[in-house]
Design a protein around this ligand. Structure first.
Ligand code: PMP
Length: 336
């Protein structure tokens, strides 16, 4: 496993996957000054050489927006994509056969320099690493503490269609207005660890968070965006700085509009779940995941997830583009 490591954004070098050296007083460790991205590379043919990235410039731009919020310089779009491509090429043999998973790519931008008083770090590091993954929610992301992935017996599964089960959390919030919920900073994930752990121990797949002001509007799950379907209308919570503007979310909105659905970005009240035909989540890891049930105040709401569901249709359209099985009319994929 190789990763690119870059302290200058331009002179990056490929390194063997392993520990990195950081000052104990680095900005990232002490003040959470860090951002990450999540991307996937798919094999274009069943076992062929061609690999596809999905809208990598969107990840690069989201990192730039986050870097501005977190007081860090960021790599240019070209530097970002170059580092990602280098990492993927160096790990080509780890990309699973088409339909069996993907190579998950994790770009990181961190405040690496020492800083004792609260202030942005004086030095930054951009690095990219990767790991093969199967279907999210079924096979956990494998991040090695060892140096090579050869040692892992990866139990990769087919890209599946399994409903997920969510619970609405009313006491814990992942973001507040004016905070950092709208960017992909590492510190957004710490507040949800406990709620997530508890939900999992109760048999749920993930948690739905509500807005922190009125505790009334749906925001998102721990690492994916939410959509509800009612007839021909597909609604998703509006991004006003407390929700991550997902790249899958944006793509699904475009696809759904093209296919004649009315797509609304708006405040979606939690009570609307009671009336929804379908609910689904979107994200790089989950792609489009159908929600089988949502538990809210002890009541379990069931939703349609079958082969004729809207989410099934949108999932197929998106996955076919991502894997090169359908014509990529919007030029979303980048071949490596
Ligand atoms: N919300 C959160 C909190 C996330 O971590 C993610 C994963 N990046 C998403 C939504 C989905 O974003 P994307 O579609 O860009 O992966």
């Amino acid at each position: 496993m190789r990763c690119t490591l870059d302290r200058e954004f331009s002179t990056g070098a490929l390194n063997k996957y392993g520990n990195i050296e950081l000052s104990p007083s680095s900005g990232v460790i002490n003040y959470g000054q860090g951002l990450f991205e999540g991307m996937k590379a798919y094999r274009k043919e069943e076992k062929g050489d061609g690999l596809l990235l999905f809208r990598p410039e969107e990840n690069a731009i989201r990192m730039q927006v986050g870097a501005e919020r977190m007081c860090m310089p960021s790599p240019s779009v070209d530097q970002f994509i170059h580092a990602v491509k280098q990492t993927v090429l160096a790990n080509k043999r780890w990309v699973p056969p088409r339909g069996k998973g993907a190579l998950y790519i994790r770009p990181l931008l961190i405040g690496s320099g020492p800083v004792l008083g609260l202030a942005p770090a004086p030095e930054y590091m951009f690095l990219v690493y990767a790991s093969p993954v199967g279907t999210y929610f079924k096979v956990n992301l494998v991040v090695s503490h060892r140096k090579e992935f050869d040692v892992f017996n990866l139990n990769l599964l087919q890209e599946g269609w399994a409903p997920i089960h969510l619970v609405v959390e009313e006491k814990v919030h992942r973001a507040t207005p004016g905070g950092t919920g709208g960017v992909k900073t590492i510190s957004n994930y710490a507040p949800v660890l406990k709620a997530q752990k508890q939900a999992k121990s109760q048999g749920f797949t993930d948690v739905i968070y509500l807005d922190s002001v009125e505790n009334k509007y749906l925001e998102e799950a721990s690492s994916c965006n939410l959509f509800i379907v009612k007839g021909n209308v597909i609604s998703t919570p509006v991004t006003t700085g407390t929700i991550l503007p997902g790249i899958t979310r944006k793509s699904i909105m475009e696809i759904a509009r093209d296919y004649g659905y009315q797509v609304e970005e708006r405040l979606v009240a939690v009570e609307e779940l009671c009336d929804a035909d379908e609910v689904f989540c979107t994200g790089t890891a989950v792609v489009v995941a159908p929600v089988g049930s949502i538990t809210y105040r002890g009541q379990r709401l069931q939703f349609q997830t079958g082969d004729t569901s809207v989410s099934r249709k949108l999932h197929k359209i998106l996955v076919d583009i991502q894997m090169g099985l359908a014509k990529d009319e919007r030029n979303w994929t980048v071949e490596i």
